[in-house]
Design a protein around this ligand. Structure first.
Ligand SMILES: Nc1nc2c(ncn2[C@@H]2O[C@H](COP(=O)(O)OP(=O)(O)OP(=O)(O)O)[C@@H](O)[C@H]2O)c(=O)[nH]1
Ligand SMILES: [Mg+2]
Ligand SMILES: [Zn+2]
Length: 359
């Protein structure tokens, strides 16, 4: 019964059939190879079994469902994830870093101060799309709109335009005296009991302040941003899951300096399709490109390059496209070979087709 309050459902239950006995629990925080796991009976500080360590099977991440030994605080197995928020590790090494597992709603938090950057929001939307979680953009610090003379309605509309299907909420984690405008009530309304959300964004955008306000308790430390450029101080340093009033779960994450994309290269078409799916306007135009697998770079008859898109948005799309192509070549040599062959075929086809326009 209690497990459902931590987000347990049929998707995870079905993975127990035929498996050796163990105790399921949710990973609530991680610290240097030790994991705080919530089980039905208690909170356990657990390690990871030697077999799991060596096997290369799923390594526990915050939000995961883990199977513990019945007689020892040891994780033997991590259940298949429903969703997974990942990025490429910031170092040169080409590796996935899982930021949050089994998240239903990804709160993409942006400050309305000098942190605001639509290109970064676009990048987070691609990340959300890749993860399987539903993105909700939170434009925090709405209380600063009047003193900063911001056109709040205009900003909300322009973020909404980035992807018409998403939810965009202007909020203020600092209560505005004498007003209930932009309060945080809209957040719990995005989740059903047992569902999980995570707060993602740069340092200083107010993720921990939002969590504290919703909890009604100063559980997480917060620090003022630098006045000159609104940059945060990287106050939160561990990923941690919290149980919220109303029965949903919320994960606070450390602020991200870099958001390099990660993609599971199970299918060579997939990363490109996922990227296009976060750019509705580009996706709609791509259908009219002469080549079905047009990369919208230098192909003739490309409807995307011919359209009057915001140049900054198109440049951001192309930057991410390059990043994913690079990742693909580095992680899958077979795909790299296929890509080369496809490139040769396109070149041949271009040579055979007389140019119909000058794009
Ligand atoms: N004016 C205003 N300030 C806010 C609001 N929300 C948060 N802040 C302030 O912004 C600063 C940074 O807030 P944090 O909650 O520490 O930011 P964070 O996103 O958790 O930062 P990291 O943990 O470093 O990633 C604090 O001084 C907060 O009081 C808001 O709605 N309005
Ligand atoms: Mg924080
Ligand atoms: Zn094209």
């Amino acid at each position: 019964m209690l497990l459902h309050q931590f987000g347990w459902n049929d998707f995870f239950e079905s993975q127990l059939a035929g498996a050796p006995a163990g105790i399921p629990g949710r990973v609530a925080s991680a610290n240097h190879g030790r994991f705080l796991v919530w089980t039905e009976a208690c909170e356990v500080d657990a390690g990871v079994s030697g077999v799991l360590r060596k096997s290369g099977a799923l390594w526990p991440a915050v939000g995961d469902w883990a199977i513990l030994r019945t007689d020892e605080a040891v994780i033997d197995r991590v259940l298949t994830r429903k969703t997974c928020v990942s990025r490429k590790q910031p170092e040169r090494e080409i590796r996935e870093q899982v930021l949050a597992a089994n998240v239903d709603v990804l709160f993409i938090v942006s400050g309305l101060d000098r942190n605001y950057n639509p290109r970064r929001i676009e990048r987070f939307l691609v990340m959300a799309n890749e993860s399987g979680a539903r993105p909700v953009v939170l434009l925090n610090k709405a209380d600063l709109a009047p003193p900063l003379k911001l056109d709040l309605a205009g900003i909300v509309a322009s973020v909404q335009q980035l992807s018409p299907a998403i939810t965009v909420l202007p909020i203020s984690a600092r209560p505005i005296t004498g007003s209930s405008d932009h309060d945080l009530d809209a957040l719990p309304a995005q989740l059903a009991p047992g569902q999980t959300a995570a707060l993602i964004g740069s340092s200083g955008v107010g993720k921990s302040t939002i969590l504290n306000r919703l909890l009604g308790d100063e559980r997480q430390r917060t620090t003022a941003v630098r006045a000159s450029d609104s940059r945060g101080r990287h106050t939160t340093t561990t990923r941690q899951l919290f149980r919220m009033p109303g029965g949903w779960l919320l994960m606070d994450l450390p602020g991200l300096r870099e958001v390099q994309l990660w993609s599971n290269m199970s299918n060579s078409e997939q990363p490109r399709q996922n990227l296009e799916a976060s750019f509705d306007d580009i996706q709609a135009l791509a259908g009219s490109c002469r080549f079905r697998d047009c990369t919208h770079t230098a192909e003739p008859g490309c409807a995307v390059t011919a359209a009057a898109l915001d140049p900054a948005r198109l440049a951001n799309f192309k930057k991410m496209q390059k990043e994913l192509a690079h990742l693909e070549r580095r992680t899958n040599p077979r795909l790299a070979k296929e890509t080369r062959a496809k490139g040769n075929a396109i070149e041949k086809s271009v040579r055979q087709h007389p140019k119909r326009d000058s794009s």
